[in-house]
Design a binder for this molecule. Structure first.
Ligand code: GTP
Ligand code: IMP
Ligand code: MG
Length: 335
């Protein structure tokens, strides 16, 4: 593996943070690049600590990884500062000159927009408002802020040069493909495309450089905010099954539904996925909790995995069996 792109296959919150962190350690990623913006919250549970990251790459758990923020990404100075402190990643973080900066004003504008807040169910983090300005070419970029001077870098050059040297690089996308501005359930979507091609474009790597596209599915589907969710369960039933989750950024309850094979098949197509990572298998099959070997999974769990592979036409290579970054069955060597 040299360039891997990690994307969400449903409506976000599939557990990309945990898979990214695992890959950064296991494949010794020389660079982890975050795309997207601070509406996304990635959770990383590692060495007994829980981190909630909105802009720093989840690859921070590997102390040797350089942590980059792509030209197409958007963040606010305060979120970056808080996360630099929480992860103690000073010195390893680089911000592209051209990444976009979200201000209080963008957040205020988002929170006053009834269509966005009440109908779409926006996170109200100002990402869309900043994107509007980027399209109008009035948005201020990282290079316009003195406080970022020490962190500025050419992310596209760093990534392409690392690939030329044969190093491993991980691109971390956000949300999931049904929240994509183009391929999602419009208008109940986010303000950007979030598929693998978009993530590469944000970083500045061409499609021919990509070796693996890993699409992450959770063992059931969750969605926050408005928009269709086929097979949605009543809240009491979701709670009974242990599927009731709380959103990382907004603290809202996530809606939930059973695994959707048709959406999964289409997500593999839209992203050109070569592999599938499946998280929260332990929630569906509690007997699998903490298991790290495929042959120790129950036959019911294995059947679920076989069914997914048959439906989507790609191998399930990484399987999450607990919150911790290392709670994973890694089948890449066997398949
Ligand atoms: P977005 O970019 O916002 O879409 O987020 P995300 O895909 O990184 O997911 P998020 O961290 O918001 O939510 C996933 C939740 O599942 C987190 O609380 C993780 O700790 C948890 N999680 C991830 N993988 C597993 C797993 O295999 N088992 C269990 N039990 N929990 C997991
Ligand atoms: P916005 O991108 O904050 O404007 O939100 C638009 C829609 O995408 C809303 O339905 C949000 O709930 C959803 N959304 C945005 N970011 C995330 C995320 O990281 N995880 C899950 N849903 C998200
Ligand atoms: Mg999330």
């Amino acid at each position: 593996m040299s360039l891997a792109v990690l994307v969400g296959g449903f409506f976000g919150d599939e557990g990309k943070g945990k898979i990214a962190a695992y890959l950064s350690l296991k494949d010794d990623m020389s660079i982890g690049v975050r795309t997207g913006a601070i509406n996304a919250g990635h959770t990383v549970v590692f060495n007994g600590s829980k981190y909630k990251l909105r802009i720093i790459p989840s690859a921070f758990v590997n102390r040797r990884s350089r942590l980059l923020i792509a030209a197409g990404a958007l963040f606010s100075l305060d979120v970056l500062k808080k996360e630099l402190e929480a992860t103690q990643a000073y010195g390893r973080v680089g911000v592209d000159y051209k990444s976009g900066i979200i201000t209080e004003e963008h957040q205020k504008r988002a929170r006053m927009d009834e269509h966005l807040m009440k109908r779409v169910g926006s996170t109200g983090t100002g990402v869309g408002a900043a994107m509007v300005e980027r399209v109008l070419r009035t948005l201020k970029l990282a290079r316009d802020y003195d406080e970022l001077k020490e962190l500025l870098t050419d992310v596209a050059a760093e990534v392409n040069n690392a690939l030329d040297r044969g190093e491993n690089v991980l691109i971390e996308a956000t949300q999931g493909c049904y929240l994509s501005l183009y391929h999602g359930t419009y208008p109940f979507v986010t303000s950007r495309d979030v598929t693998a091609s978009a993530a590469c474009s944000e970083v500045g790597v061409g499609p021919k450089r990509v070796d693996e596209v890993i699409v992450v599915f959770k063992s059931y589907v969750t969605r926050v905010g408005g928009g269709p969710l086929e097979g949605e369960l009543p809240e009491e039933e979701a709670a009974r099954r242990g599927w009731l989750e709380v959103a990382t950024v907004t603290g809202r309850k996530r809606r939930s539904a059973p695994f959707n094979y048709e959406l999964a098949r289409r997500a593999v197509m839209l992203n050109g996925a070569t592999q599938v990572a499946l998280t929260k298998l332990d929630v569906l099959f509690p007997e699998c909790r903490g298991t790290r070997r495929y042959d120790e999974l129950s036959s019911a769990a294995k059947k679920f995995i076989d069914d997914i592979e048959a439906a989507v036409g790609a191998p399930v290579t990484l399987i999450g069996t607990g919150e911790d970054v290392m709670d994973i069955v890694d089948r890449r060597g066997e398949l």
